[in-house]
Write a protein that binds this ligand. Structure first.
Ligand SMILES: [Zn+2]
Length: 450
């Protein structure tokens, strides 16, 4: 292990431990926010330099220790809870995986691909500022907004010359774009494009706009009007500073058109407002997305796609570690899949009682006995039954009435086999959480009294 990353990690660790201690008394959501906005970026800083070190046991231990202390507070869990459970309940990606994720994304941005995932594909990279059009050569461009295109509006805006309508479409996971040219109320030309499925609808709109402007540049018309229903693309295209590669290409073309004494006018039109050219472009773009089988006309993937792919790989790695880990058995009964836990717990405020339920670490006789806080692990309902969280939720006679009422309401037996299924349904989940809270709260009271 080279000394530098270790020293760096140690220093970060010390800083984090201090930060983690300072979070006492803050609400779990605040702790989580501090972690994500302050602590994590500190660790991720220069992550590519020391990402390889996360494979070393010593570094892993440090990262785990830091994250565990924060995660426990972020989910109000007992100090005895395992890292696995604490991370699931606080919805935090293991820090070492997060470090490698950041390093991977950094490499993808630089055009390298560590995982062979993006092979043969290129990232849609922002234009390097040195390659931007010189400010003096940037044409003064803007766009006009048109709510509807009746003859009155056409007269008012003095729209003369051919009109090109552009549109992009993403449908059933496929992406297409289209251009259609109109003269005197009739379509005179059209073209469709296919984009790779990981492209966004924004990219489709940008490609369509860029191709329309390219067509104007290559033609001889003195003035062409281009219509798009995508405000965001027009904003990027005409904005003061734009680093978007397609916008940059289009702006170069516009400056050439202007240099030749010709002009192009840009318009925003409201989608689905009955404007014939826009409706036609919309229909063509959809059809291109659904049926076009040619090679993609555009296949640069957006950064958002790279992030999604990398996150999916991270979740897979986490899942494997979690499933194979020797700890967190109770948590696994509720959340066998980490990705699901992310979703199920996303809209739930974690309480101490819920954390006790999901970890089994809390006011249950078995847990208290294990930590020598009680003489016996057995339940008051039956002297041979161990009182752990699964017993009280599934089986204990003390909660027979509450359990029967819940089962009648949700139509599912309250047993560990069905926990994931119950949590998958928002309505059932809410009622189940309420039941868990009542049961755990009561156990805490009973076991404190004895
Ligand atoms: Zn019992």
């Amino acid at each position: 292990m080279s000394p530098r990353p270790v020293r760096k990690a140690t220093n970060i660790y010390k800083g984090l431990a201090r930060a983690a201690k300072a979070t006492w008394g803050l609400s779990p959501e605040v702790v989580r926010t501090i972690y994500i906005t302050v602590i994590e970026p500190t660790v991720l800083y220069a992550s590519c330099a020391w990402a390889p070190a996360t494979g070393k046991l010593g570094v892993r231990k440090m990262l785990d220790a830091v994250q565990r202390s924060v995660a426990l507070k972020a989910c109000r869990a007992h100090r005895t809870v395992s890292l696995h459970s604490a991370l699931i309940l606080s919805r935090l990606l293991p820090l070492d995986i997060r470090v490698r994720e950041a390093a991977w994304l950094y490499e993808v941005k630089r055009g390298k691909d560590l995982g062979d995932t993006f092979v043969d594909r290129e990232l849609e990279r922002p234009v390097y500022f040195g390659d931007l059009l010189h400010p003096a050569r940037v044409p003064e461009i803007g766009y006009e907004s048109v709510e509807n295109l009746d003859s009155q509006t056409v007269d008012r805006l003095a729209v003369v010359g051919p009109q090109i309508y552009t549109d992009g479409s993403r449908i059933e996971g496929k992406v297409g774009a289209a251009l259609t040219e109109w003269r005197d109320g009739e379509e005179t030309w059209c073209s469709t494009l296919r984009l790779d499925p990981f492209c966004t609808v924004f990219q489709a709109e940008m490609v369509a706009l860029q191709r329309a402007i390219r067509r104007v540049k290559n033609g001889r018309e003195g003035l062409v009007n281009i219509f798009s229903d995508s405000k965001s693309s027009l904003e990027v295209l005409t904005g003061l500073k734009t680093y978007h590669p397609l916008a940059q290409e289009a702006r170069r073309d516009i400056s050439e058109i202007v240099a030749e004494g010709r002009a192009v006018r840009l318009f925003w039109v409201r989608a689905h407002a009955g404007i014939a050219g826009n409706e036609r472009a919309d229909e063509l773009a959809r059809r291109a997305a659904l049926t076009k089988k040619t090679a993609a006309d555009y296949d640069r993937f957006p950064l958002s796609y790279a992030k999604k792919v990398i996150r999916a790989a991270s979740l897979e790695e986490w899942q494997q570690r979690y499933a194979e880990g020797s700890t967190g058995d109770i948590t696994k009964c509720f959340f066998p899949r980490v990705e699901k836990a992310y979703r199920v717990l996303g809209d739930t405020e974690m309480t101490s009682h819920m954390a006790q339920t999901f970890t089994g670490h809390g006011g249950f006789a078995q847990y208290l006995f294990r930590f020598k806080l009680r003489d016996s692990p057995h339940c008051a309902c039956d002297p041979v039954k161990i009182q752990d969280v699964l017993h009280v939720l599934e089986d204990c006679d003390m909660f027979f009435r509450e359990r029967a009422a819940l089962e009648a309401e949700i139509g599912v037996a309250v047993s560990r086999r069905h926990f994931p299924e119950i949590l998958d349904d928002a309505r059932k989940k809410k009622k189940f959480f309420k039941y868990c809270t009542v049961v755990t709260e009561r156990c805490n009271k009973i076991n404190k009294a004895t």
